[in-house]
Design a binder for this molecule. Structure first.
Ligand code: ZN
Ligand code: ZN
Length: 274
């Protein structure tokens, strides 16, 4: 989505955070097994929206740098929001996250910052920290708006903006069918990707790319690969146009259970850790 000025991008994407938040409530009502995780995720998204609002009000940030988006992330900005995130997790988080939060809280500010910087410097496949990811996602999404989401000729499985790994596949209506995109786990950019192609190893033989969907869950499925044994979940907007990929991917964890039981490994765990 090209924008002529940062204000335009900021407004459009702020409303995207509202849409994500609304979707957690809609899904929690319709799909009770996910109600608890979606309630927590709603709190996290509200927190992330506040970060997004702060960074997007600083128009000077809206620029690209030669080293790329990751070089632009300022740990000081993220650190300002850490106390609020720790408080949110202490009140609403899972037992495991509350424990992790207490450990993080016990560190000195310098050590906390070093933890965040280590996350930013680590290769994408090792970037699993809930706290670092929650802080960085909205900031990275804002910075990503300045970069071309699909440079000509790019079709790789790493995010063309930040090099991140895909969180999910998304099918968007196009003509009579759907076009496939991958959603970046780090900066939330979507980029176009071939429909019959493994985003982990590049397998393109459709017989080695099994699909699995649950009877009662329309519009979301597992897209696995029998060559590398990785999978992503795919959200099909041609089936449910109200789906919000980032949120729907978190809600339907039963498909992750199925995939794990069948010895597939996720390309990238989501923010909630599965
Ligand atoms: Zn990215
Ligand atoms: Zn593969």
């Amino acid at each position: 989505m090209p924008f002529d000025n940062p204000g335009q991008a900021g407004t459009a994407r702020r409303s995207e955070w509202d849409r994500r938040i609304r979707r957690t409530s809609d899904l929690a009502e319709r799909y009770s097994p996910a109600a608890e995780i979606l309630t927590f995720y709603r709190h996290v998204l509200e927190f992330q929206r506040a970060i997004y609002q702060e960074v997007s009000s600083r128009a000077a940030l809206f620029d690209t740098v030669p080293g790329g988006l990751r070089q632009q992330l300022d740990a000081t900005i993220c650190m300002r929001h850490l106390p609020a995130l720790l408080e949110l997790v202490a009140h609403n988080g899972t037992k495991k996250l509350r424990q992790d939060g207490q450990e993080l809280q016990a560190l000195s500010p310098e050590q906390q910052r070093a933890t965040l910087e280590a996350f930013l410097a680590s290769p994408p496949e090792q970037s699993h920290s809930f706290f670092a990811r929650a802080l960085v996602q909205p900031y990275a999404e804002w910075l990503a708006a300045a970069y071309p989401a699909q440079p000509p000729g790019s079709s790789g499985s790493a995010c063309p903006v930040c090099g991140g790994r895909p969180q999910a596949a998304v099918l968007r209506p196009e003509g009579d069918g759907g076009k496939r995109y991958l959603l970046c786990s780090f900066c939330l950019t979507e980029w176009e990707f071939r429909r019959v192609l493994c985003p982990s190893c590049g397998e393109e033989n459709h017989q080695k790319l099994p699909r699995y969907s649950a009877e009662d869950l329309k519009g979301i499925r597992v897209e696995a690969c029998d060559t590398c044994h990785f999978y992503v979940k795919s959200i099909d907007l041609t089936v449910d146009g109200r789906a919000v990929p980032l949120v729907d991917e978190v809600a339907f964890a039963t498909l992750d259970v199925w995939a794990t039981e069948h010895s597939y490994k996720k390309v990238q765990p989501n923010l909630m850790g599965f």
